[in-house]
Design a protein around this ligand. Structure first.
Ligand code: NAI
Ligand code: MG
Length: 356
């Protein structure tokens, strides 16, 4: 089968890590033999914005609709305000294609640098499901009395029953089939957010009735930030709203060795539209263009795309190949204390994948 992939490398290190992700995908297809990926590249991002005034073409969503999946590197540029780059491309695609679930594995691979010295890889292995199209990032609000002493900024959270139920169901399903602890933890703050999070807790409880074998708990977002560090082994699947999920997954990224390891998928779970896969890190202008970027997050992201498209257990070999390179410790980028370039790490992972 042939899969059509839309590739948006974006800005800065997005371009550098994308090459390595594609390299691994091509090798995977070659080793499997019966699948093929074709790619179409789109130059969208901040540099495109500086030239055209747009982060992506006006008919961007119409164009992307025809693909099986979307791979994104990173967008961001020092002279373009971050809310323009985020809302002009990423949030447009996430919301436009109803990618209501943001899936983020938090898994410490052997050989990856964990800041918690008493934790082993088996202690840090969970998945965060972040609600991805509404909540605190709905974009509802406004500014009144701009630049006056009485200026007011309003940003409203929106939680619909339909979407909240869908995300909760996805999280319960995952907890049921992940074959670990069968435990789902909900991230809340219903003591302070007395409408939105009280509603969130209610839906969490209602949907839970359909999953009697899944153990549940609700933890306030501030407390879970502490527990991620104190007892990460407690978690299996964690569900969180858009803002809370955004914050706790960066904390999770730190547990697994930093942004160089954090991969994510934005899933359209009805499969009406393509899903989009992207590393969690940004365009890293401080190291861009120098071959210093760690491509592991991008390669892991490409593996998540394979999981979504193929559901092929063979894709796990990519994680094993990354682990081989980490444990060997010879081809690592500077963020991991090594001297290898982005490209050399990609090559080393390919080499290990071939050898498996
Ligand atoms: P960043 O993730 O680009 O960089 C944070 C720090 O981590 C930097 O010191 C960077 O060098 C390092 N880093 C990030 N990825 C790395 C990798 N793969 N290998 C080695 N080191 C890595 O976040 P920052 O600096 O806050 O944002 C830079 C730009 O990226 C901004 O314009 C921001 O808006 C954008 N951004 C875009 C995202 C996206 O496209 N999804 C996500 C986060 C930020
Ligand atoms: Mg973030």
């Amino acid at each position: 089968r042939e899969y059509k992939i839309a590739v948006i490398p974006g800005d800065g290190i997005g371009n550098e890590v994308m090459d390595e992700g594609i390299k691994v995908l091509n090798l995977f297809a070659e080793l499997k033999g019966d699948i093929k990926f074709t790619y179409e590249y789109f130059p969208w991002g901040c540099e495109y914005y500086l030239k055209t005034g747009k982060m992506m073409d006006d008919n961007g969503l119409d164009i992307l609709k025809g693909f099986d999946s979307i791979l994104l590197g990173a967008v961001g540029y020092p002279t373009v305000p971050d809310h323009i780059s985020l809302h002009g491309l990423l949030i447009k695609i996430r919301q436009g294609f109803n990618q209501c679930v943001n899936l983020r594995p938090i898994k410490l691979l052997p050989g990856a640098p964990c800041p918690l010295k008493d934790k082993a890889p088996e202690d840090i292995d969970f998945v965060v499901i972040r609600e991805n199209v509404e909540g605190e990032y709905s974009g509802v609000g406004g500014i009144r009395f701009a630049d006056k002493p009485e200026e007011i900024a309003i940003q409203t959270s929106v939680f619909t029953r339909k979407n909240t139920e869908k995300v909760m169901k996805y999280a319960y399903d995952l907890a049921e089939k992940r074959n670990k602890k069968k435990k789902l933890t909900s991230t809340t703050k219903s003591n302070a957010l007395n409408y939105s999070m009280v509603f969130w807790d209610k839906v969490f409880g209602e949907i839970g009735k359909q999953y009697p074998e899944v153990e549940t708990e609700s933890i306030h977002v501030d407390a879970i930030s502490m527990f991620f560090i104190q007892k990460p082994q407690n978690y299996d699947v964690v569900v969180a709203s858009n803002l809370f999920g955004d914050i706790i997954t960066d904390l999770g990224a730190a547990l697994q060795g930093g942004l160089g390891f954090a991969a994510s998928g934005n899933l359209n779970i009805e499969k009406e539209f393509p899903s989009m896969f992207e590393p969690v890190h940004g365009s890293a202008p401080d190291i861009a263009g120098k071959g210093l970027a760690n491509p592991i997050a991008m390669i892991w992201t490409a593996k998540m795309m394979l999981d979504d498209l193929l559901e092929d257990p063979k894709a796990e070999e990519i994680i094993n190949a990354i682990t081989d390179v980490l444990v060997e410790g010879k081809s690592l980028t500077p963020d991991l204390g090594g001297k290898a370039t982005t490209q050399q790490v990609g090559d080393a992972i390919c080499h290990k994948l071939k050898a498996r």
